[in-house]
Ligand binder design. Sequence first.
Ligand SMILES: [Zn+2]
Length: 67
Amino acid sequence: MSAPLNTTCRTCGRPLPEGIKTPTFPFCSKRCKMIDLGRWFTGEHRISEPLILENKDNPPESRNDPE
Ligand SMILES: [Zn+2]
């Protein structure tokens, strides 16, 4: 009779691997967490890439924009 906590991913709806103990609760994975965050940022549902800023050596000199 005890109502179980919502242990399903808020993004994909899959059951969390470790329930409420899931590190990424209430998401099944970090990916789903980022997807949910992306929805908030973009206000849309189309999420194709996670928000990852690559901090590689990319000097602006190499970007030669003709305009
Ligand atoms: Zn998920």
